[in-house]
Design a protein around this ligand. Structure first.
Ligand SMILES: Nc1nc2c(c(=O)[nH]1)N[C@H]1C(S)=C(S)[C@@H](COP(=O)(O)OP(=O)(O)OC[C@H]3O[C@@H](n4cnc5c(N)ncnc54)[C@H](O)[C@@H]3O)O[C@H]1N2
Ligand code: MOO
Ligand SMILES: [Mg+2]
Length: 688
């Protein structure tokens, strides 16, 4: 009816008048009008303004009601339709509310003006405008025909000209724009060029990012650490990647550790050999007996023979050569005299004659035939000298086999890939040490929780054979977090933090990694349950070799890239994402050719309902003695809520449940008896 009840115009005006506008443009509002829901009135006003202003915004009348006629009024006036702008507004609305479906915006060019219709509600109008505002300078330049002349006289477009001339993307452009490409890095100093690729103009506008990345949208939304809560994004700007894509990004950024030489001992277990290893000597290095018995000349055959020598498994000076018709008593592993061609087990002989004192054998009866070579380990028959005993890429396992073979040929030192050093940091004002002396059982203050993530992660990391460094707990305070990380990062190759990665105002990990540490976030959300906000970044850090040291200033500064995994704070989420993302990276770093955990097919022992997100359901996998088919079965560990760390108690597998069936495929559960894939995270068990 009149300006006093019109909230939308005021909001839009204020929006354009904001001091630091994301488009870096000074917009000037020169005309305002309120007209009724009347096709003719709307057309009349728009026609009158055409060519006099660069941009015409029409709010209201875009719904389904009988009186909603704005699109019908505008459409015939347009010489060019701008369906791209319409699309951007609709898709942005739909991310906020399904009511977005009920808007019918229309945009386009008439003469030299760009015309945009917006919803009538102040909030809807502002959100829709926010979705396209960054493109408006460029769009208006083209529509007004001023783009190629580069001579802009209109006061309102002065800044646009500047923008087009410097062709610099402001620090505040929305990250969402880039979300189609995950490999785009938004790190500090990263120059990012981006073709707008609009048809019909002389050359693509080059857009470069020269400022540290911040996530912001035209409504003043900002992820800047200094920004107030009112400026936070209300939906995550990070695209939700499928697990496989997240894993492959991690793999791309994980480099193998350097080659180091290590002594052969228990600490070698879990390392991957960086070179073939050849045997410097033969095993056995002498002809040795396999049994306790008598060395014979096989061709002598059964009969009674004098025992002319004795050979024990002990260092010896060398035995007299065995002559035809003689035998020698030998023990298992003892050297065999020259001339002997077989060993007969003591069980296949009889004592025939003894010495006078009755303490020694003189003659022994050989009962059976012997074949040449019987019960003799020839020189080098286990390991030939110079042969390859272990190949590059082989893991020194906890079975002991590799350590044994290395030791057997006297190898004392081997070349392996360095394993990563992994730091674990908990974040959160509410987090206290689980064994805090001041907080006995039942003595937690309201809001406090015991840190379960750190001890759990430190233990699982060590159990997989990696060096884990306890980095403690840090408060949800931007400065504290940044300072702590800066101080600790040089000590580690891989950083794991838990907490502070989702949408809360104290979820500081993402902005801290980017803005304070100049890291590059490769992904910030994954389509999975649990673990949705899992974040992976690489952070440049002066390497230990380069930092410190008296002469270091004269050397060129070396840099290493720390792999930073910011895992969700929820305990089950943290542990599941550790197994899915961190562990494969640690294994790849260590030189494993197959860094991922084994995937096997299991039969489910109960119905497993499906979730909208692909789910990693914690299960116990094992055999049942009464199953004639010998299948592997999966049994749930119970409640799967992300906060329930007990869901990992006893779990040796993660059942990989697909997302709930979409249209067409209405699958809502994996029924008992069906098979499903599972990741093996522990040892298989007997279920009954
Ligand atoms: N508005 C939204 N809220 C949340 C979303 C979302 O998408 N939109 N995602 C939810 C999901 S999914 C998860 S997972 C969590 C992730 O939370 P954060 O990583 O930000 O972690 P915090 O908020 O710091 O803590 C979450 C939870 O975990 C407890 N916690 C934290 N650290 C520890 C620790 N060391 N030991 C044990 N427990 C810990 C903490 O007290 C909280 O209860 O966000 C959802 N929210
Ligand atoms: O993804 Mo969150 O990890 O479900 O709880
Ligand atoms: Mg949070």
């Amino acid at each position: 009816k009149d300006a006093s009840t019109d909230a939308t115009t005021a909001i839009l005006e204020r929006y354009f008048a904001e001091e630091v506008h994301p488009t870096n443009c000074q917009w000037k509002v020169t005309k305002r009008a309120i007209v009724s829901d009347d096709v003719e009135q709307i057309r009349h006003t728009v026609k009158e303004w055409t060519s006099k202003v660069e941009l015409i915004l029409v709010s209201g009348g875009t719904g389904f009601a009988e009186s909603d006629v704005t699109p019908e009024a505008i459409e015939p006036l347009l010489t060019k339709k701008a369906s791209g702008l319409t699309h951007a507004m609709l898709s942005s609305s739909l991310q906020i509310t399904p009511f977005g479906m009920m808007a019918r915006p229309i945009c386009g060019v008439r003469s030299k003006s760009l015309i945009i219709t917006l919803p009538g509600s102040p909030r809807g109008a502002k959100e829709n405008l926010a979705a396209i505002v960054n493109q408006l300078p460029h769009a208006c330049l083209q529509a007004s025909g001023k783009q190629t002349s580069r001579k802009l006289h209109s006061v309102g477009l002065k800044a646009l000209e500047k923008e087009a001339a410097t062709a610099t993307e402001g620090p505040t452009s929305p990250r969402r724009e880039h979300s189609h490409s995950h490999s785009h890095s938004h790190g500090h100093h990263h120059h990012h060029s981006h073709d707008h690729g609009h048809g019909g103009h002389s050359g693509p506008v080059r857009v470069k990012r020269t400022e540290p990345a911040t996530t912001s949208t035209p409504t003043g939304i900002s992820n800047k650490l200094s920004a107030p809560i009112t400026a936070r994004a209300r939906s995550s700007p990070y695209p939700m990647l499928p697990v496989s894509q997240a894993q492959s990004l991690i793999s791309q950024h994980t480099t193998r550790g350097q080659i180091i030489s290590l002594p052969v001992n228990a600490k070698l277990i879990g390392h991957i050999l960086a070179a073939d290893i050849t045997a410097p000597e033969a095993v056995p290095s002498f002809r040795a007996s396999i049994v306790d018995g008598y060395a014979v000349i096989a061709s002598d055959g059964p009969g009674t023979y004098p025992v002319v020598s004795i050979s024990h498994a002990a260092p010896s000076e060398g035995l007299r050569k065995l002559q035809k018709g003689q035998i020698s008593r030998v023990t298992t592993g003892a050297p065999i005299p020259d001339g002997a061609t077989a060993v007969i087990m003591v069980e296949d002989t009889e004592l025939y004659k003894v010495t006078e004192d009755g303490k020694e054998e003189l003659e022994v009866k050989i009962l059976g035939e012997a074949t040449a070579g019987q019960n003799i380990r020839e020189v080098g028959s286990d390991v030939a000298k110079g042969s390859v005993i272990l190949r590059k890429g082989v893991e020194v396992t906890a079975s002991g086999g590799e350590i044994g073979v290395l030791a057997s040929v006297g190898v004392t030192q081997v070349a392996v890939y360095k394993k990563p050093v992994v730091g674990v940091l908990s974040t959160g004002d509410e987090v206290v040490d689980f064994d805090d002396k001041k907080r006995g059982p039942g003595e937690l203050k309201m809001g406090e929780i015991r840190d379960s993530n750190r001890p759990a992660l430190l233990s699982v990391i060590e159990s997989w054979g990696y060096e884990a460094v306890d980095l403690g707990v840090v408060k949800d305070k931007a400065g504290d977090l940044a300072a702590t990380l800066k101080a600790l990062l040089p000590e580690v190759d891989v950083l794991i933090t838990t907490g502070g990665v989702s949408m809360g105002e104290l979820d500081l990990l993402k902005p801290t990694l980017e803005q304070s540490l100049h890291g590059t976030i490769h992904f910030g959300r994954v389509e999975m349950k649990p673990g949705k906000p899992t974040t992976f970044a690489t952070v440049p850090v002066p390497s230990e070799a380069a930092s410190g040291g008296f002469f270091s200033s004269s050397k060129p500064k070396e840099e290493k890239k720390v792999l930073a995994f910011a895992l969700p704070g929820n305990p089950a989420s943290a542990l599941v994402t550790f197994h899915l993302f961190v562990l494969p990276s640690l294994r790849q770093f260590s030189g494993h050719a197959q860094p991922h955990l084994p995937r096997i097919r299991v039969t489910v022992d109960q119905d497993f309902p499906l979730d909208p997100r692909p789910e990693y359901h914690r299960v116990v996998i094992g055999y049942k003695s009464n199953d004639p088919q010998g299948r592997l079965w999966a049994v749930s560990t119970g409640g799967q809520r992300s906060s329930r760390v007990a869901s990992l108690g006893g779990a040796n597998g993660l059942l990989c449940l697909p997302a709930i069936g979409k249209v067409g495929d209405k699958k809502v559960k994996v029924p008992r008896g069906d098979t499903c894939e599972a990741l093996v995270i522990g040892r298989l068990v007997q279920l009954d």
